[in-house]
Design a protein around this ligand. Structure first.
Ligand SMILES: [Fe+2]
Length: 187
């Protein structure tokens, strides 16, 4: 199969750093618009086909879980737009997003997000539901649905580093930071 970029509404000319960055503004209400933007992008009927591309420059893997498939839809920008496929039981592990704010929208299946603010808060997110968050957000996202899930993620500024954590007896323990998938892709 050749690595042909299919025509879609998500063309490079449509994905704008400024639009993503504005949608991930400082306030909670501003960040809520990020989900609207992701829903707009998700209207592209060929979006999932991006995961079939054998373009190894655009497809990376998550160092924490090599089974997840990640496609950077905006590889040359100063904001990130990622399409992520989640096999059943795959998860991110606890992590932050460096200085980036972000949002993600469930396109297929169900994801459970556990966030941390001194206590764990779990949310089940089904198709059409999502979350937006500011810098400093710490979470662990897992596909507990038993079937593959698909999600679309935006981050601004671009993800460069992520710090990983583990929880021990109700306390957060910092692990080593690691490059975000976007950086790892080019290393
Ligand atoms: Fe995350």
């Amino acid at each position: 199969m050749s690595a042909v970029i299919r025509t879609s509404v998500i063309q490079d000319s449509v994905i704008r750093d400024s639009v993503i960055r504005e949608s991930l503004g400082a306030s909670r209400s501003e960040r809520a618009t990020a989900l609207d933007l992701l829903r707009e992008y998700a209207a592209d009927p060929t979006l999932a086909d991006r995961l079939d591309l054998h373009d190894h420059d655009a497809v990376g893997t998550d160092a924490a879980n090599t089974e997840r498939q990640l496609v950077n839809l905006h590889p040359d920008g100063n904001a990130d737009l990622w399409l992520i496929s989640w096999p059943a039981d795959s998860r991110t592990g606890w992590h932050d997003h460096g200085t980036a704010a972000g949002a993600f929208l469930v396109l297929e299946g169900t994801l459970t997000e556990c966030s941390w603010d001194g206590a764990v808060h779990a949310r089940t997110l089904r198709k059409g539901q999502g979350r937006s968050f500011g810098a400093g957000h710490i979470h662990d996202v897992v596909n507990t649905s038993g079937v593959r899930a698909l999600s679309l993620h935006a981050y601004a500024p671009r993800l460069t580093t992520m710090t990983r954590y583990r929880l021990e007896r109700g306390r957060r323990v910092t692990q080593a930071g690691r490059p975000a998938p976007a950086s790892a892709r080019s290393s």
